[in-house]
Design a protein. Structure first.
Length: 554
Protein backbone atom coordinates (compact mmCIF):
# COMPACT_ATOMS: atom_id res chain seq x y z
CA UNK A 1 0.00 0.00 0.00
CA UNK A 2 2.83 2.40 -0.70
CA UNK A 3 1.34 4.34 -3.58
CA UNK A 4 4.22 6.79 -3.50
CA UNK A 5 5.23 8.64 -6.67
CA UNK A 6 8.99 8.85 -6.34
CA UNK A 7 9.58 12.14 -7.99
CA UNK A 8 11.38 14.48 -8.11
CA UNK A 9 13.13 16.41 -5.69
CA UNK A 10 16.23 14.33 -5.20
CA UNK A 11 16.51 13.54 -8.92
CA UNK A 12 16.18 17.19 -9.79
CA UNK A 13 18.77 18.23 -7.24
CA UNK A 14 21.18 15.67 -8.68
CA UNK A 15 20.92 17.35 -12.05
CA UNK A 16 20.89 20.79 -10.52
CA UNK A 17 24.12 20.28 -8.65
CA UNK A 18 25.65 18.62 -11.66
CA UNK A 19 25.35 21.83 -13.67
CA UNK A 20 26.49 24.15 -10.90
CA UNK A 21 29.58 24.35 -8.78
CA UNK A 22 27.91 25.58 -5.62
CA UNK A 23 24.60 26.01 -3.85
CA UNK A 24 25.40 29.11 -1.83
CA UNK A 25 22.70 31.45 -0.71
CA UNK A 26 24.20 34.86 -1.31
CA UNK A 27 22.06 37.67 -2.67
CA UNK A 28 18.47 38.71 -2.21
CA UNK A 29 15.86 36.18 -3.26
CA UNK A 30 12.14 35.73 -3.65
CA UNK A 31 12.15 33.11 -0.90
CA UNK A 32 13.72 35.50 1.59
CA UNK A 33 10.78 37.85 1.07
CA UNK A 34 8.06 35.30 1.70
CA UNK A 35 6.11 34.64 4.88
CA UNK A 36 6.75 30.95 4.25
CA UNK A 37 9.16 28.68 6.02
CA UNK A 38 10.95 27.95 2.77
CA UNK A 39 14.67 27.39 3.32
CA UNK A 40 16.69 29.72 1.14
CA UNK A 41 18.81 31.65 3.58
CA UNK A 42 22.27 30.40 4.40
CA UNK A 43 22.53 32.79 7.35
CA UNK A 44 20.08 30.61 9.26
CA UNK A 45 22.92 28.21 10.03
CA UNK A 46 24.77 30.70 12.22
CA UNK A 47 25.09 29.18 15.70
CA UNK A 48 27.50 29.75 18.60
CA UNK A 49 30.11 27.03 18.54
CA UNK A 50 31.26 24.94 21.47
CA UNK A 51 32.19 21.44 22.42
CA UNK A 52 28.54 20.68 23.13
CA UNK A 53 26.90 22.70 20.33
CA UNK A 54 25.41 21.62 16.99
CA UNK A 55 28.91 21.37 15.52
CA UNK A 56 30.80 20.54 18.70
CA UNK A 57 33.73 18.16 18.25
CA UNK A 58 34.10 14.97 20.27
CA UNK A 59 37.38 14.76 22.19
CA UNK A 60 38.45 11.99 22.13
CA UNK A 61 36.78 10.90 18.87
CA UNK A 62 33.84 8.49 18.84
CA UNK A 63 32.95 5.78 16.32
CA UNK A 64 29.65 5.64 14.42
CA UNK A 65 28.91 2.23 12.91
CA UNK A 66 26.47 2.35 10.02
CA UNK A 67 25.74 0.90 6.55
CA UNK A 68 25.88 2.40 3.09
CA UNK A 69 24.75 2.15 -0.51
CA UNK A 70 27.69 1.98 -2.88
CA UNK A 71 28.07 5.02 -5.12
CA UNK A 72 30.12 5.95 -8.15
CA UNK A 73 30.37 9.61 -7.17
CA UNK A 74 33.64 9.44 -5.25
CA UNK A 75 36.38 11.99 -5.82
CA UNK A 76 39.50 10.61 -7.46
CA UNK A 77 41.57 8.72 -4.92
CA UNK A 78 38.73 8.44 -2.41
CA UNK A 79 37.12 5.21 -1.23
CA UNK A 80 33.85 4.53 0.54
CA UNK A 81 35.73 4.24 3.84
CA UNK A 82 38.06 7.20 3.28
CA UNK A 83 36.59 10.15 1.43
CA UNK A 84 35.91 13.86 1.72
CA UNK A 85 32.83 13.21 3.88
CA UNK A 86 34.31 10.65 6.28
CA UNK A 87 37.39 12.87 6.71
CA UNK A 88 35.16 15.89 7.29
CA UNK A 89 33.15 14.13 9.99
CA UNK A 90 36.36 12.95 11.66
CA UNK A 91 38.31 16.21 11.40
CA UNK A 92 35.55 18.66 12.33
CA UNK A 93 33.22 16.61 14.51
CA UNK A 94 35.44 13.90 15.93
CA UNK A 95 33.12 11.21 14.50
CA UNK A 96 34.80 8.24 12.84
CA UNK A 97 32.34 6.63 10.44
CA UNK A 98 32.76 2.87 10.14
CA UNK A 99 30.66 0.85 7.69
CA UNK A 100 29.51 -2.61 8.75
CA UNK A 101 28.79 -3.22 5.07
CA UNK A 102 28.46 -1.40 1.75
CA UNK A 103 26.32 -2.86 -1.04
CA UNK A 104 24.83 -1.80 -4.34
CA UNK A 105 21.62 0.22 -3.98
CA UNK A 106 19.56 -2.49 -5.67
CA UNK A 107 20.48 -4.93 -2.88
CA UNK A 108 20.50 -2.52 0.04
CA UNK A 109 17.04 -3.16 1.48
CA UNK A 110 17.40 -6.95 1.30
CA UNK A 111 20.75 -6.69 3.06
CA UNK A 112 19.20 -4.45 5.71
CA UNK A 113 16.42 -6.99 6.30
CA UNK A 114 19.09 -9.62 6.97
CA UNK A 115 20.85 -7.25 9.36
CA UNK A 116 17.64 -6.55 11.26
CA UNK A 117 16.92 -10.25 11.75
CA UNK A 118 20.54 -10.95 12.73
CA UNK A 119 20.36 -8.76 15.81
CA UNK A 120 23.77 -7.05 15.54
CA UNK A 121 22.48 -3.60 14.70
CA UNK A 122 24.76 -0.77 13.60
CA UNK A 123 24.73 2.44 15.64
CA UNK A 124 23.02 4.44 12.91
CA UNK A 125 20.33 2.77 10.84
CA UNK A 126 19.33 3.92 7.36
CA UNK A 127 16.01 2.17 6.77
CA UNK A 128 12.80 2.37 4.78
CA UNK A 129 9.40 2.95 6.33
CA UNK A 130 8.43 -0.71 6.96
CA UNK A 131 11.83 -1.42 8.48
CA UNK A 132 11.52 1.64 10.70
CA UNK A 133 8.13 0.42 11.88
CA UNK A 134 9.59 -3.01 12.67
CA UNK A 135 12.39 -1.49 14.75
CA UNK A 136 10.06 0.92 16.52
CA UNK A 137 7.60 -1.76 17.54
CA UNK A 138 10.44 -3.94 18.79
CA UNK A 139 11.67 -1.12 21.03
CA UNK A 140 15.04 -1.03 19.30
CA UNK A 141 15.22 2.70 18.52
CA UNK A 142 16.57 5.53 20.64
CA UNK A 143 14.29 8.47 21.46
CA UNK A 144 15.80 11.50 19.70
CA UNK A 145 13.35 14.11 20.97
CA UNK A 146 15.66 15.88 23.41
CA UNK A 147 18.86 15.62 21.40
CA UNK A 148 17.11 16.95 18.30
CA UNK A 149 15.83 20.01 20.15
CA UNK A 150 19.22 20.61 21.74
CA UNK A 151 21.58 19.88 18.86
CA UNK A 152 19.78 20.40 15.54
CA UNK A 153 21.09 23.51 13.79
CA UNK A 154 18.67 26.31 12.89
CA UNK A 155 19.10 25.47 9.21
CA UNK A 156 18.19 21.81 9.75
CA UNK A 157 15.15 22.82 11.80
CA UNK A 158 14.19 25.27 9.06
CA UNK A 159 14.38 22.55 6.43
CA UNK A 160 12.19 20.20 8.45
CA UNK A 161 9.53 22.88 9.02
CA UNK A 162 9.22 23.91 5.37
CA UNK A 163 5.69 23.34 4.11
CA UNK A 164 4.69 21.18 7.07
CA UNK A 165 6.26 18.90 9.66
CA UNK A 166 8.99 17.01 7.86
CA UNK A 167 9.51 14.71 10.85
CA UNK A 168 5.90 13.64 11.27
CA UNK A 169 6.52 10.19 9.81
CA UNK A 170 9.04 9.33 12.54
CA UNK A 171 7.05 10.50 15.56
CA UNK A 172 5.19 8.18 17.89
CA UNK A 173 3.39 9.04 21.13
CA UNK A 174 4.85 12.52 20.98
CA UNK A 175 8.44 11.27 20.71
CA UNK A 176 10.89 11.48 17.81
CA UNK A 177 12.59 8.27 16.71
CA UNK A 178 14.22 9.18 13.40
CA UNK A 179 15.17 11.81 10.85
CA UNK A 180 13.65 11.71 7.38
CA UNK A 181 15.00 12.59 3.94
CA UNK A 182 12.18 15.14 3.79
CA UNK A 183 11.64 16.67 0.35
CA UNK A 184 8.52 18.77 0.97
CA UNK A 185 5.29 18.28 -0.91
CA UNK A 186 4.83 20.88 -3.65
CA UNK A 187 6.62 18.93 -6.36
CA UNK A 188 4.36 15.88 -5.99
CA UNK A 189 1.48 17.78 -7.62
CA UNK A 190 0.16 16.35 -10.93
CA UNK A 191 -0.28 18.55 -13.98
CA UNK A 192 -1.27 18.34 -17.65
CA UNK A 193 1.45 18.27 -20.34
CA UNK A 194 0.48 19.15 -23.94
CA UNK A 195 2.42 19.18 -27.20
CA UNK A 196 2.00 22.83 -28.02
CA UNK A 197 3.19 22.42 -31.61
CA UNK A 198 0.31 19.99 -32.25
CA UNK A 199 -2.08 22.33 -30.47
CA UNK A 200 -1.02 25.13 -32.83
CA UNK A 201 -1.24 22.88 -35.89
CA UNK A 202 -4.91 22.24 -35.10
CA UNK A 203 -5.66 25.83 -33.98
CA UNK A 204 -6.66 24.64 -30.51
CA UNK A 205 -6.57 26.56 -27.26
CA UNK A 206 -5.35 25.22 -23.91
CA UNK A 207 -8.23 23.30 -22.29
CA UNK A 208 -10.03 24.88 -19.35
CA UNK A 209 -12.40 21.96 -18.61
CA UNK A 210 -12.05 18.18 -18.62
CA UNK A 211 -14.49 18.02 -21.56
CA UNK A 212 -12.07 20.21 -23.49
CA UNK A 213 -9.21 17.93 -22.48
CA UNK A 214 -11.07 14.93 -23.90
CA UNK A 215 -11.88 16.90 -27.07
CA UNK A 216 -8.19 17.69 -27.47
CA UNK A 217 -7.30 14.03 -26.93
CA UNK A 218 -9.78 13.15 -29.68
CA UNK A 219 -8.35 15.80 -32.02
CA UNK A 220 -4.80 14.60 -31.45
CA UNK A 221 -6.00 11.12 -32.43
CA UNK A 222 -8.17 11.89 -35.45
CA UNK A 223 -7.05 15.16 -37.02
CA UNK A 224 -3.48 14.36 -38.07
CA UNK A 225 -1.81 16.78 -35.64
CA UNK A 226 1.68 16.07 -36.97
CA UNK A 227 0.52 16.76 -40.57
CA UNK A 228 2.15 13.65 -42.02
CA UNK A 229 -1.00 12.45 -43.76
CA UNK A 230 -1.16 9.27 -41.69
CA UNK A 231 -3.53 8.00 -39.02
CA UNK A 232 -0.72 7.15 -36.60
CA UNK A 233 -1.17 9.24 -33.45
CA UNK A 234 -2.85 8.87 -30.05
CA UNK A 235 -4.18 11.60 -27.87
CA UNK A 236 -3.25 10.20 -24.45
CA UNK A 237 -0.38 8.10 -23.12
CA UNK A 238 -0.69 5.93 -20.01
CA UNK A 239 1.74 3.50 -18.38
CA UNK A 240 0.99 -0.03 -17.19
CA UNK A 241 1.09 0.87 -13.49
CA UNK A 242 -1.69 3.46 -13.85
CA UNK A 243 -2.16 5.30 -10.55
CA UNK A 244 0.91 3.62 -9.05
CA UNK A 245 3.34 4.89 -11.68
CA UNK A 246 5.21 8.13 -12.35
CA UNK A 247 4.75 10.04 -15.57
CA UNK A 248 1.97 9.03 -17.97
CA UNK A 249 -0.43 8.04 -15.18
CA UNK A 250 -4.05 9.22 -14.94
CA UNK A 251 -3.89 10.70 -11.43
CA UNK A 252 -4.33 14.24 -12.76
CA UNK A 253 -7.18 13.09 -14.98
CA UNK A 254 -8.96 11.63 -11.93
CA UNK A 255 -8.36 14.78 -9.91
CA UNK A 256 -10.24 16.77 -12.54
CA UNK A 257 -13.31 14.72 -11.58
CA UNK A 258 -12.64 15.28 -7.84
CA UNK A 259 -11.49 11.68 -7.49
CA UNK A 260 -8.31 10.83 -5.59
CA UNK A 261 -6.95 7.34 -6.32
CA UNK A 262 -4.35 5.78 -4.02
CA UNK A 263 -4.97 8.66 -1.60
CA UNK A 264 -5.98 8.71 2.06
CA UNK A 265 -8.16 11.56 3.31
CA UNK A 266 -11.07 12.34 5.64
CA UNK A 267 -14.62 12.21 4.28
CA UNK A 268 -17.42 14.53 5.40
CA UNK A 269 -17.91 12.49 8.57
CA UNK A 270 -14.26 12.84 9.55
CA UNK A 271 -13.45 9.21 8.78
CA UNK A 272 -10.29 8.31 6.87
CA UNK A 273 -11.09 6.76 3.47
CA UNK A 274 -9.07 5.35 0.57
CA UNK A 275 -9.87 7.11 -2.69
CA UNK A 276 -9.42 4.15 -5.03
CA UNK A 277 -12.43 2.29 -3.60
CA UNK A 278 -14.94 5.15 -3.43
CA UNK A 279 -17.96 5.03 -5.80
CA UNK A 280 -16.90 8.11 -7.78
CA UNK A 281 -13.89 6.15 -9.04
CA UNK A 282 -16.27 4.47 -11.49
CA UNK A 283 -16.72 7.77 -13.33
CA UNK A 284 -12.98 8.00 -14.02
CA UNK A 285 -12.68 4.37 -15.12
CA UNK A 286 -15.72 4.75 -17.35
CA UNK A 287 -14.23 7.82 -19.09
CA UNK A 288 -10.91 6.03 -19.61
CA UNK A 289 -12.68 2.97 -20.98
CA UNK A 290 -14.62 5.13 -23.45
CA UNK A 291 -11.43 6.79 -24.68
CA UNK A 292 -9.64 3.46 -25.00
CA UNK A 293 -12.48 1.95 -27.04
CA UNK A 294 -12.45 5.03 -29.28
CA UNK A 295 -8.72 4.54 -29.97
CA UNK A 296 -7.60 7.71 -28.17
CA UNK A 297 -5.17 5.89 -25.83
CA UNK A 298 -2.05 3.94 -26.80
CA UNK A 299 -3.54 0.41 -27.13
CA UNK A 300 -0.36 -1.17 -25.74
CA UNK A 301 -0.10 0.95 -22.58
CA UNK A 302 -0.77 -2.12 -20.41
CA UNK A 303 2.61 -3.58 -21.38
CA UNK A 304 4.67 -0.40 -20.99
CA UNK A 305 6.42 0.88 -17.91
CA UNK A 306 7.24 4.58 -17.62
CA UNK A 307 10.39 4.24 -19.73
CA UNK A 308 8.62 2.38 -22.55
CA UNK A 309 5.68 4.79 -22.43
CA UNK A 310 8.18 7.63 -22.73
CA UNK A 311 9.71 6.00 -25.80
CA UNK A 312 6.28 5.94 -27.44
CA UNK A 313 5.74 9.61 -26.66
CA UNK A 314 9.19 10.53 -27.98
CA UNK A 315 8.51 8.69 -31.24
CA UNK A 316 6.05 11.47 -32.11
CA UNK A 317 2.98 9.31 -31.47
CA UNK A 318 1.29 11.12 -28.57
CA UNK A 319 0.17 14.67 -27.86
CA UNK A 320 -0.95 14.76 -24.23
CA UNK A 321 -0.23 13.12 -20.89
CA UNK A 322 -0.62 13.73 -17.17
CA UNK A 323 2.66 14.06 -15.32
CA UNK A 324 4.63 16.07 -12.80
CA UNK A 325 7.08 18.93 -12.51
CA UNK A 326 9.96 16.72 -13.63
CA UNK A 327 8.18 15.37 -16.73
CA UNK A 328 10.58 17.16 -19.12
CA UNK A 329 13.14 14.50 -18.19
CA UNK A 330 10.78 11.83 -19.58
CA UNK A 331 10.39 13.47 -23.00
CA UNK A 332 13.49 15.64 -23.43
CA UNK A 333 14.98 13.15 -25.90
CA UNK A 334 12.63 14.41 -28.61
CA UNK A 335 13.62 18.06 -28.15
CA UNK A 336 16.54 18.24 -30.55
CA UNK A 337 17.79 20.02 -33.63
CA UNK A 338 15.36 19.79 -36.51
CA UNK A 339 12.42 18.82 -34.31
CA UNK A 340 9.40 21.09 -33.96
CA UNK A 341 8.20 19.29 -30.83
CA UNK A 342 7.53 21.27 -27.70
CA UNK A 343 5.65 20.53 -24.50
CA UNK A 344 4.11 22.88 -21.99
CA UNK A 345 2.47 22.20 -18.61
CA UNK A 346 -0.98 23.39 -17.53
CA UNK A 347 -2.99 23.15 -14.30
CA UNK A 348 -5.49 20.29 -14.01
CA UNK A 349 -8.89 21.60 -15.18
CA UNK A 350 -12.20 20.72 -13.55
CA UNK A 351 -14.97 18.57 -14.98
CA UNK A 352 -17.81 20.61 -13.53
CA UNK A 353 -16.77 24.17 -12.73
CA UNK A 354 -15.95 23.36 -9.13
CA UNK A 355 -12.22 24.07 -8.67
CA UNK A 356 -10.12 20.95 -9.10
CA UNK A 357 -7.85 19.93 -6.25
CA UNK A 358 -4.66 18.01 -7.05
CA UNK A 359 -3.58 15.24 -4.73
CA UNK A 360 -0.36 16.01 -2.98
CA UNK A 361 1.75 14.19 -0.43
CA UNK A 362 4.55 14.84 1.99
CA UNK A 363 7.71 13.34 0.54
CA UNK A 364 9.50 11.93 3.60
CA UNK A 365 11.89 9.58 1.84
CA UNK A 366 13.81 7.02 3.90
CA UNK A 367 14.81 7.32 7.54
CA UNK A 368 17.91 7.69 9.70
CA UNK A 369 17.58 6.28 13.22
CA UNK A 370 19.78 5.31 16.17
CA UNK A 371 19.80 1.89 17.80
CA UNK A 372 18.59 1.76 21.38
CA UNK A 373 21.48 2.10 23.81
CA UNK A 374 24.02 3.86 21.58
CA UNK A 375 25.96 6.22 23.82
CA UNK A 376 25.91 9.25 21.51
CA UNK A 377 22.50 9.58 19.78
CA UNK A 378 23.20 13.28 19.25
CA UNK A 379 26.00 12.31 16.84
CA UNK A 380 23.38 11.65 14.12
CA UNK A 381 22.04 15.18 14.58
CA UNK A 382 25.52 16.67 14.39
CA UNK A 383 26.33 14.72 11.24
CA UNK A 384 23.16 15.97 9.53
CA UNK A 385 23.95 19.52 10.67
CA UNK A 386 27.36 19.12 9.05
CA UNK A 387 25.97 17.75 5.76
CA UNK A 388 23.37 20.50 5.43
CA UNK A 389 25.89 23.20 6.34
CA UNK A 390 28.43 22.07 3.74
CA UNK A 391 25.76 21.95 1.03
CA UNK A 392 23.55 24.94 1.85
CA UNK A 393 24.86 26.97 4.79
CA UNK A 394 27.49 29.68 5.12
CA UNK A 395 30.21 27.07 4.63
CA UNK A 396 28.75 26.20 1.23
CA UNK A 397 30.01 29.49 -0.20
CA UNK A 398 33.55 28.19 -0.07
CA UNK A 399 33.26 24.43 0.47
CA UNK A 400 30.32 23.08 -1.54
CA UNK A 401 32.49 22.23 -4.53
CA UNK A 402 34.74 20.19 -2.26
CA UNK A 403 31.81 18.14 -0.98
CA UNK A 404 29.90 17.77 -4.27
CA UNK A 405 33.08 16.73 -6.08
CA UNK A 406 33.95 16.77 -9.75
CA UNK A 407 30.70 14.97 -10.60
CA UNK A 408 28.58 17.58 -8.81
CA UNK A 409 26.77 14.69 -7.09
CA UNK A 410 29.16 13.96 -4.26
CA UNK A 411 26.48 14.41 -1.64
CA UNK A 412 25.56 10.77 -2.36
CA UNK A 413 28.82 9.79 -0.67
CA UNK A 414 27.68 11.16 2.68
CA UNK A 415 26.04 8.58 4.99
CA UNK A 416 23.46 11.25 5.94
CA UNK A 417 21.91 13.87 3.71
CA UNK A 418 19.03 16.34 3.54
CA UNK A 419 18.31 18.54 0.53
CA UNK A 420 16.26 21.71 0.60
CA UNK A 421 12.51 20.96 0.70
CA UNK A 422 10.06 22.91 -1.46
CA UNK A 423 12.76 25.16 -2.80
CA UNK A 424 12.04 24.89 -6.50
CA UNK A 425 9.09 27.26 -6.70
CA UNK A 426 11.15 29.99 -5.06
CA UNK A 427 14.03 29.37 -7.43
CA UNK A 428 11.53 29.75 -10.29
CA UNK A 429 10.57 33.25 -9.15
CA UNK A 430 14.19 34.33 -8.78
CA UNK A 431 15.18 32.94 -12.18
CA UNK A 432 12.21 34.49 -13.99
CA UNK A 433 12.92 37.86 -12.38
CA UNK A 434 16.54 37.64 -13.51
CA UNK A 435 15.47 36.72 -17.04
CA UNK A 436 13.11 39.69 -17.19
CA UNK A 437 15.85 42.03 -15.99
CA UNK A 438 18.55 40.21 -17.96
CA UNK A 439 20.57 40.42 -14.77
CA UNK A 440 21.59 37.26 -12.87
CA UNK A 441 23.71 39.12 -10.30
CA UNK A 442 21.26 38.48 -7.44
CA UNK A 443 21.02 34.74 -8.06
CA UNK A 444 22.83 32.18 -5.99
CA UNK A 445 24.99 29.66 -7.80
CA UNK A 446 22.28 27.03 -8.19
CA UNK A 447 19.82 29.56 -9.58
CA UNK A 448 22.51 30.94 -11.87
CA UNK A 449 22.95 27.43 -13.31
CA UNK A 450 19.26 27.32 -14.26
CA UNK A 451 19.41 30.86 -15.63
CA UNK A 452 22.40 29.93 -17.81
CA UNK A 453 20.65 26.78 -19.03
CA UNK A 454 17.60 28.75 -20.14
CA UNK A 455 19.80 31.27 -21.92
CA UNK A 456 21.62 28.48 -23.75
CA UNK A 457 18.31 26.91 -24.80
CA UNK A 458 17.04 30.21 -26.12
CA UNK A 459 20.28 30.59 -28.06
CA UNK A 460 19.66 27.30 -29.84
CA UNK A 461 21.00 24.57 -27.57
CA UNK A 462 17.94 22.33 -27.37
CA UNK A 463 19.64 19.97 -24.93
CA UNK A 464 18.98 22.67 -22.33
CA UNK A 465 15.20 22.65 -22.91
CA UNK A 466 14.38 21.14 -19.53
CA UNK A 467 15.67 24.28 -17.78
CA UNK A 468 13.08 26.35 -19.66
CA UNK A 469 10.18 24.03 -18.91
CA UNK A 470 10.93 23.55 -15.21
CA UNK A 471 12.10 27.03 -14.20
CA UNK A 472 11.18 29.38 -17.07
CA UNK A 473 8.18 31.73 -17.35
CA UNK A 474 5.89 28.98 -18.73
CA UNK A 475 7.10 26.07 -16.67
CA UNK A 476 6.04 23.36 -14.28
CA UNK A 477 6.98 25.58 -11.35
CA UNK A 478 4.57 28.22 -12.66
CA UNK A 479 1.84 25.56 -12.41
CA UNK A 480 2.97 24.78 -8.85
CA UNK A 481 2.66 28.47 -7.99
CA UNK A 482 -0.84 28.47 -9.50
CA UNK A 483 -1.79 25.63 -7.16
CA UNK A 484 -0.32 27.49 -4.19
CA UNK A 485 -2.15 30.71 -5.07
CA UNK A 486 -5.46 28.88 -5.47
CA UNK A 487 -4.99 26.57 -2.48
CA UNK A 488 -5.44 23.64 -4.86
CA UNK A 489 -3.26 21.05 -3.15
CA UNK A 490 -5.09 18.20 -1.41
CA UNK A 491 -2.73 16.48 1.00
CA UNK A 492 -2.57 12.75 1.57
CA UNK A 493 -3.29 12.51 5.29
CA UNK A 494 -1.69 9.11 5.87
CA UNK A 495 1.96 9.99 6.45
CA UNK A 496 2.91 7.23 8.89
CA UNK A 497 4.63 3.85 8.54
CA UNK A 498 2.39 1.14 7.05
CA UNK A 499 -0.07 -0.61 9.33
CA UNK A 500 0.30 -4.32 10.07
CA UNK A 501 -2.28 -5.27 7.45
CA UNK A 502 -0.71 -2.94 4.89
CA UNK A 503 2.50 -4.89 5.36
CA UNK A 504 0.88 -8.34 5.17
CA UNK A 505 -1.87 -7.71 2.59
CA UNK A 506 -0.80 -4.57 0.75
CA UNK A 507 0.87 -6.22 -2.25
CA UNK A 508 -2.15 -8.48 -2.78
CA UNK A 509 -4.53 -5.52 -2.70
CA UNK A 510 -2.26 -3.48 -4.97
CA UNK A 511 -2.28 -6.27 -7.54
CA UNK A 512 -6.04 -6.68 -7.33
CA UNK A 513 -6.61 -2.97 -7.82
CA UNK A 514 -4.22 -2.62 -10.74
CA UNK A 515 -5.45 -5.71 -12.59
CA UNK A 516 -9.09 -4.71 -12.16
CA UNK A 517 -8.56 -1.16 -13.36
CA UNK A 518 -6.54 -2.24 -16.41
CA UNK A 519 -9.22 -4.77 -17.39
CA UNK A 520 -11.95 -2.15 -17.05
CA UNK A 521 -10.06 0.36 -19.20
CA UNK A 522 -9.35 -2.33 -21.80
CA UNK A 523 -13.06 -3.16 -21.84
CA UNK A 524 -12.35 -6.76 -20.85
CA UNK A 525 -14.83 -6.34 -18.01
CA UNK A 526 -17.70 -3.99 -17.29
CA UNK A 527 -17.26 -0.79 -15.30
CA UNK A 528 -19.85 -2.28 -12.96
CA UNK A 529 -17.26 -4.88 -11.98
CA UNK A 530 -15.74 -2.08 -9.92
CA UNK A 531 -18.35 -2.87 -7.26
CA UNK A 532 -17.16 -6.49 -7.07
CA UNK A 533 -13.58 -5.27 -6.83
CA UNK A 534 -14.44 -3.04 -3.86
CA UNK A 535 -16.18 -5.90 -2.12
CA UNK A 536 -13.20 -8.22 -2.63
CA UNK A 537 -10.72 -5.49 -1.67
CA UNK A 538 -12.48 -5.03 1.65
CA UNK A 539 -12.73 -8.76 2.35
CA UNK A 540 -9.07 -9.40 1.56
CA UNK A 541 -7.84 -6.88 4.10
CA UNK A 542 -9.04 -3.47 2.99
CA UNK A 543 -11.60 -3.12 5.75
CA UNK A 544 -8.96 -4.01 8.32
CA UNK A 545 -6.56 -1.44 6.86
CA UNK A 546 -9.24 1.26 7.01
CA UNK A 547 -9.89 0.30 10.64
CA UNK A 548 -6.17 0.44 11.49
CA UNK A 549 -5.70 3.79 9.74
CA UNK A 550 -8.61 5.35 11.61
CA UNK A 551 -7.41 3.96 14.93
CA UNK A 552 -3.93 5.33 14.28
CA UNK A 553 -5.26 8.75 13.34
CA UNK A 554 -7.17 8.93 16.61
Amino acid sequence: MKRFIQISFLALCVLAIAVTTACSNNGASYANKQNDNSPNSGNASTEPQGNDGPFGKYEPPITMRTTMMDTEFLNEGDTMNDNVWTRGFADELGIKVKYDWVVDGANYWDKMNITLTGGNLPDMLFVNSPQFKQLLEAGQLEDLSEVYEKYASPLVKEFYSSGGDGLLATKNDGKLYGLTEYGGSYDTSPMLWIRTDWMKNLNLNPPTTMDEVISMIEAFTKQDPDKNGKNDTYGLQLNKDLFFGGDFNPVGFANGYHVYPAHWFKDNSGKMVYGSVLPEMKTVLSKLQEMYKAGYIDPEFGTKDVAKAGETVMSNKVGLFFGYMTSPFSVSGMIKDGSTADWQPYPIPSADGKPALVQNRMNFGNIYAIRKGYEHPEALIKMLNFAVEKMFGESAKTEVAKYTGTSGQGFHVSPVKLLKPNKNVYIYHNVVAALEANDPSKLNNEEKGYFDGIKKYRSGDKSQWWFERIFGPNSSQKVIQHYIDNKSMFMNEWVYPPTDTMVSKGSTLDKLELETFVKIIYGQTSVDNFDNFVENWKKLGGDKIIEEVNQAMQ
